[in-house]
Design a protein around this ligand. Sequence first.
Ligand SMILES: NC(=O)c1ccc[n+]([C@@H]2O[C@H](COP(=O)([O-])OP(=O)(O)OC[C@H]3O[C@@H](n4cnc5c(N)ncnc54)[C@H](O)[C@@H]3O)[C@@H](O)[C@H]2O)c1
Length: 353
Amino acid sequence: MLEHYHGKKVLITGHTGFKGSWLSLWLHKLGAEVYGYSQIPHTIPSLYHTASIELLVNSKYADISDLTALSEYIYKIKPDFIFHLAAQALVSDSFIDPIRTWRVNLMGTVNLLEAMRIVDCTCSVLLITSDKCYRNKEWEWGYREEDELGGSDPYSASKACCEIAIRSYSETMLLNSNNVRIASARAGNVIGGGDWSKDRIVPDCMRNWSVNRPTVLRNPLSTRPWQHVLDPLYGYLLLASNLESNERFNGSSYNFGPSDNSDHSVKELVKMLSRSWPDSKWESANKASEVKESNLLKLACDKARKDLGWKSTLNFEETADWTSSWYRRYYEGGTAYSLVSSQINKYMHLISL
Ligand SMILES: NC(=O)c1ccc[n+]([C@@H]2O[C@H](COP(=O)([O-])OP(=O)(O)OC[C@H]3O[C@@H](n4cnc5c(N)ncnc54)[C@H](O)[C@@H]3O)[C@@H](O)[C@H]2O)c1
């Protein structure tokens, strides 16, 4: 399935971000011609710069809210695939600037869908939303693709609305297009080397531990579906290639989460990460974070398993080890490009077994 990307034109929105950088490098390895449409990286350092992703991708730095620029770029490239990852991706920032969050996440998605309607080139478009698009009922069991949508905080709510917009375009505006196929993907909390976003537990730990500072855990008991970045990216690659080859995937949505027993608390994750950092320390915050986040969120991934043959390849321990050792080696002088590249090679070997 992955050989399918060889020689194809692939546009990634959000290619300068954490997931986008990993995906760019992976697609480049697969022999795709990779294009990107994003803003410049918002973190210092960034994986995009440290791994020299800009050398592998034809990049356009522009705003996803600019429909004219986006449509013109898509018209110029006429990509075979689009992976839409551009977003304001932090829950904490969605409280600070809800309007930007809604504009980038919802209107950015609508702009892309509208650009596809206008350009109408033959293209399979995978839109990345989030596990947070579901109405969180703090259930013990996983949410399925048909469950109710509707997050509470501005980020989650914007992602739920993206799903509604995608369905609307699929059922009406793009219904009669013979060229454009669309699907959405919902993944959980993704970790891996090279994320330096603020207010995320892994980057917080790595930044602090690399200078021998303790990390403060804001919500140590919160449970998240942690997964290594390569696991959902593999799901995205499988889904998009199926979308291209089989019409029945048009208008579909898929969850990509860790295996059922892989939901662990923040504290358990930090403990596991600390194995690569012998002197690491952490402490619980005196009071819980003021940012209201759900405590329990699981995804049911049977549909991806059945239709795509996808399941998480890395278990919780491997996910934490691959992540933590990536940063450890990076801070010891390893090059980000080689670290990402060798983990992708190792992952491709595992999925080929
Ligand atoms: N990282 C996670 O744990 C996680 C979990 C679930 C879903 N997601 C989703 O996956 C996608 C990628 O997440 P990430 O962690 O790589 O995020 P990130 O913050 O690292 O990257 C976001 C990307 O979007 C781009 N972007 C932001 N505003 C833009 C704008 N106005 N115009 C054009 N580009 C813009 C940025 O330049 C960057 O390339 C997002 O849609 C996010 O919501 C992430």
